[in-house]
Design a protein around this ligand. Structure first.
Ligand SMILES: [Fe+2]
Length: 476
């Protein structure tokens, strides 16, 4: 399944392919890695028909270094090229490679990847589906399984773009293992490679956009800023991908970085205010009526909220009628009702659709999603009773919160916690009632008036779908 990117000793064989949007809908950025540092003439080659500029796009090549510990570090190189001149609505097939040989090339031949194909960036104002993940990781325990699920269903679901809202690879795990000489300040660069190999079936075939969480912070953000390039970031005050935005189809996404200051007067909040004002202008909203804000730590979670973030951004969210906010950090799924004013204003669904799913008609405040169930270990603790703004929440059946105030609490979809095992931390993984809730979200922007958001499990039974409907004017 995974072509290229073998570790180690793969020479110039390319792997870890990922695409990303730039700020130009006629472009697609292609990034990949090789384990050799010296790679000659690294490039992307398109199959014909090619854009007017030709079939070959030269790559920039660089590496990064972090402190060498007793374990191997990243010694390869990272390549990125921007394909230009794409026609709207077209599909392109490409390979990445160089003139340098890989382990399976014959003398005189360079190593190239298998061919992959992608569609041109979704045209402005067109319907689009965006898969949303957060807190993913690799094998701790199920990031790889979420990636595999997404890869398996991405075509049938019509996923155009994937977005990971921080805590990407968990190469730095913030846990010390003194007996094996590992401190909490250490990061394993191979985990980054593993994560990108795992995601390649998705990331090589559609834009793979990344946000920043606390687990990207190691060595002054070296790995994430070396490996990913996001669009429309500020040129002063930060380096993409800390905070950035994209227009894709009917939607504008603004990504904030909760690991950096966003108090009033901060460069990030100033950028956000300007970005939202532009996105909410009548001319912009006529094309991209839906505005989504992503940020790693949740302003609203009935596990743990960052209420300071509410104070920072809620005035702007209300002023510009942001529709949806997606976070992670809490390794769980939660949907709020439309909520504002530091929780004081709660707008519940006005009706249900024919399948019993909640519909928010022009709610006036954003609905908040915590989608931190995309792979990292779950062990969350809910507030009880649930706040009035909490609509749906579950955390893998591992629920260590106090007993429910009411057994008929309709907002609670996760099963009640089993009594803790004697001497153990809680219900064990072999409980018959233990139910998986790992997965990802899918935001569907259908037209100017209708969007839906669905939480899609990898094996479990917990799903949630809701709609936001608003007048044709675009603004709520
Ligand atoms: Fe986090």
């Amino acid at each position: 399944m995974y072509n290229g990117g073998e570790l180690p000793d793969s020479g110039a064989a390319p792997g870890e392919l990922s695409l990303s949007l730039t700020d130009d809908l006629t472009e697609m950025r292609v990034s990949w890695a090789t384990m050799d540092q010296v790679v000659e003439n690294a490039r992307v080659v398109l199959d014909a028909p090619c854009p007017a500029g030709g079939c070959t796009f030269a790559a920039d090549t660089r590496t990064y270094s972090v402190l060498q510990k007793w374990w191997p570090t990243f010694n390869g190189s990272l390549h990125t090229a921007v394909i230009t001149g794409l026609e709207p609505g077209a599909r392109y097939t490409y390979r990445v490679g160089s003139d340098s040989p890989g382990p399976n090339t014959t003398a005189g031949e360079g190593a190239f990847s298998e061919p992959y194909s992608f569609a041109s960036p979704v045209a402005a104002g067109a319907p689009t589906n965006v898969a949303v993940l957060a807190d993913m990781g690799t094998v701790m325990p199920l990031g790889f399984a979420v990636a595999e699920k997404l890869a398996a269903v991405q075509d049938s679901l019509g996923v155009d773009t994937a977005m990971v809202v921080g805590d990407l690879a968990y190469a730095g795990i913030d846990t010390a293992f003194p007996r094996i000489n590992v401190s909490k300040d250490d990061e394993f660069e191979w985990i980054w490679d593993l994560w990108q190999i795992q995601n390649q079936p998705v990331a090589a075939t559609r834009p793979w956009m990344v946000g920043i969480g606390n687990h990207e912070a190691w060595y002054n953000w070296t790995a994430v800023t070396s490996r990913f390039h996001m669009p429309n970031g500020p040129t002063v005050g930060a380096v993409p991908p800390f905070w950035w935005s994209m227009d894709t189809g009917l939607a504008h996404f603004s990504h904030l970085c909760t690991e950096f200051d966003m108090n009033p007067g901060s460069p990030q909040l100033d950028w956000f205010a300007a970005d939202l004002a532009a996105a909410a202008s009548p001319a912009a909203r006529a094309v991209t009526p839906w505005i989504v804000v992503t940020l790693h730590r949740p302003p609203y979670s009935s596990d743990q909220s960052w209420e300071n973030l509410r104070a920072d951004i809620e005035p702007l969210l209300a002023q510009h009628q942001v529709d949806l906010v997606v976070s992670g950090h809490m390794h769980a799924f939660e949907r709020t009702h439309a909520v504002g004013a530091n929780g004081a204003s709660v707008v519940t669904p006005s009706r249900t659709d024919g399948k019993g799913n909640n519909v928010y008609d022009a709610p006036g405040f954003p609905v908040y999603i915590t989608q931190g169930n995309s792979g990292a270990a779950q062990g969350e603790s809910w507030q009880r009773p649930a706040p009035a703004w909490s609509a749906v929440r579950w955390a893998n059946g591992w629920d260590s919160s106090p007993p429910r105030a009411s057994a008929s609490d309709a907002r609670e979809e996760a099963p009640a916690a089993a009594p803790p095992s004697a001497g153990g931390p809680g219900p064990g993984p072999y409980e018959a009632t233990y139910t998986d809730s790992f997965g990802f979200g899918l935001a569907r922007f259908m037209n100017a008036t209708h969007m839906s958001y669905e939480s899609i499990p990898i094996t479990g039974v917990f799903t949630d779908t809701f709609w936001i409907v608003k007048p044709i004017s675009g603004a709520q």
